[in-house]
Unconditional design. Structure first.
Length: 277
């Protein structure tokens, strides 16, 4: 099993698990909370069939990666991504593709390290530009919402995951046709196996201000976002991005929930492959 070491906590190495498949132009897949790199399976199959190389990894605290109690901030997440790219010598024509929390890594990477070696970016279910409502960001969401989430995670993270996934997939509207019970159980099992610490600590990272990073994006960037996203509402996130940077093109997925990659794979994969070609 391949790992890359990205740091230490006391006597233990912090390692990221990754999978590297196929050949051709590399597409690096950065998963969302609280899943793992395997959540990209419906996109990975299409990418491999189209002749791309896919690299999917598990963020620290999730999947088969180490579960430390340090490093839950976007500077560290982005440094982890950089370490993986360096480890695999991905310094030419790479595509960075993020979903949900992973769109934060992609955006902050381009804002921090620049686009050398990166030719395109893809954001599904985007968290940028800035989720928190402030005096200079009235389009954001009240902080009380996130305080309530943290209280729920502390009280019973397993119950929280049940409630979270109901809105992650809009199961009241899309089950069982677009999200079956078995797939929902699989998501829960992955989330339950994640670090208890990361499950809580990541909530604060959702309030990161990515506006300066968005302004620095200088490669073509595709944003796919569900119009009925209840986790990261379209009007608070993706709906604002085209006005902030002319390199960004937003493709709304009509009636899509947060996880459009699983529930609307045909629409997402068509947009993704069309953009990459």
């Amino acid at each position: 099993m391949p790992f890359v070491t990205v740091g230490t906590e006391n006597s233990s190495d912090i390692q990221l698990y990754y999978e590297d498949h196929g050949s051709g132009q590399p597409v690096v897949l950065v998963h969302g909370y609280p899943l793992s790199g395997h959540s990209w399976e419906r996109q990975e199959r299409a990418l491999l069939d189209a002749g791309y190389r896919t690299i999917a990894y598990d963020r620290r605290g999730f999947g088969q990666s180490s579960q430390p109690t340090v490093g839950y901030d976007y500077d560290t997440f982005t440094a982890d991504l950089r370490a993986l790219l360096d480890h695999l010598a991905l310094d030419q024509d790479a595509v960075l593709c993020g979903f949900s929390m992973g769109t934060g890594e992609v955006t902050h990477y381009l804002g921090t390290y620049g686009s050398a070696g990166v030719s395109r970016a893809v954001l599904f279910g985007a968290i940028p530009p800035f989720l928190l409502k402030t005096d200079d960001n009235p389009e954001g969401v009240d902080k009380a919402v996130f305080d309530g989430i943290k209280e729920a995670v502390l009280a019973d993270r397993y119950k929280w995951f049940d409630d979270f996934f109901a809105n992650f997939y809009n199961i009241d509207e899309l089950a069982p046709e677009r999200i079956g019970d078995a797939a929902l159980r699989a998501s829960f099992q992955v989330a339950a196996g994640a670090s208890w610490y990361a499950s809580y600590a990541c909530v604060d990272t959702w309030l990161t201000d990515f506006r300066a990073d968005v302004a620095k994006i200088d490669v073509p960037t595709l944003v796919g976002h569900g119009t009925k996203d209840r986790i990261l509402p379209f009007e608070n996130t993706a709906g604002r991005l085209e006005a902030l940077n002319s390199n960004i093109r937003v493709v709304p997925v009509e009636n899509g929930p947060h996880n459009i990659g699983w529930t609307f794979p045909e629409e997402c994969n068509q947009a993704l492959l069309g953009f990459l070609s």
